[in-house]
Design a protein around this ligand. Sequence first.
Ligand code: PMP
Length: 438
Amino acid sequence: TQTGLSRAEIVAERKAKLLPNLSISYSEPIKFVRGEGVWLIDDRGRAYLDCFNNVCHVGHAHPHVVEAIATQAAKLNTNTRYLHDNIVAYSERLTATLPPELCVAAFACSGSEANSLMLRMARTHTGREEAIVLDWAYHGTTQELIDLSPYKYKRKGGKGRKPHVFEAVIPDSYRAPDDWPVEEHAKRFAASVAEQIEAMRKEGGAPAFFLAESIPSVAGQVFLPEGYLKEVYAMVRAAGGICVADEVQVGFGRVGSHWWAFETQGVVPDIVTMGKPIGNAHPMAALVTTREVATSFNNGMEYFNTFGGNPVSCAAGLAVLDVIEQGDLRRNASEIGAYLVERFRAMQERHESIGDVRGMGLFLGIELVEDRRTKVPATALAKKICDGVRRRGALMGTEGPHDNVLKMRPPMIFTRADADLLVALLEETFEAVEAGGQ
Ligand code: PMP
């Protein structure tokens, strides 16, 4: 039996006491009281298969992570100006997952803070402000990051693009012009970055940095064409800028084949920012950079973050790496992700509205369209499917400029049985919705 406030009471209290800008998932909100592995359990004892929430990277309430946090919290938690083993142990373990050039770490408490630090570094290192971002990107919640996030500044409440920000088109192969040969997608989409560098040059500027998610997620689970980042990084570096990979959503082995999604593009960024999965929901974030950038950033002004890199956070981070490594979870993500893509492709044969299926490891998207030829986004259908799947017991989201991409990022411990259940619930929902139901 559950104690506490009813759902309606919490909604009313939130209305009374919290910022109204904070939204709630689903029109009939859910009150979760417990998480365990791939499951979230609500106040009525119902379990939902969590396929969305990529913060609980190794599963909700993972005992090894919980124990690491609790043990350290019972002993000591303090700031990073004192000596402690955990921060150096974690830096060592974290940088070991990255290419050797990326060898200097800094810690923060959120993905936004990591990206804000990146901004300070890139501006100090290059002496410039100009930024290139991809359309419909999201990089964080502070004003300076909203300025780098078309997803925010172009929408209601946003104030539009600032003069120091330059937008390249989203390299979405599914929506590329029909007459572009697939093998030229990388070059053709990268031309948009060249145009932005040229636009800066005309104004007497040059790029401080290029910033992109290694798999643009908010833009709709868009997988960059093979070779795209190689093309872009070369252009940006030739113009004197640095290259930044935002791995807040896609990092920590989610793509399976590699620790970091940028690796699938065969490039090495100058800065990588990390967040969400890093502490399995413990608020923690990191930035890793090269010795060169770290050295030029050391210009006399300190970077100090009161909570960043504290002993408890680093204990959480270490425990997450233990679980990924000991459980061979990258291999699991590869296998289960490939299986899900295969099952989703089989569903695509039965359901006309499934325009595209894409995925790498446990980072997956199903794009819904009104018509496969015209590719008109099926926004209302995506919402219906997402709601229908929730009613049947699984959680996913919708994403993209038209909110027509079903977005899934299940925990790295997702099993084949979990995958079968997800597919069964999705299939049932598609059939019901196609028959006019919900
Ligand atoms: N970058 C990306 C790609 C994100 O998705 C997010 C969060 N949705 C952030 C940065 C900001 O992270 P946080 O909310 O932890 O500040």
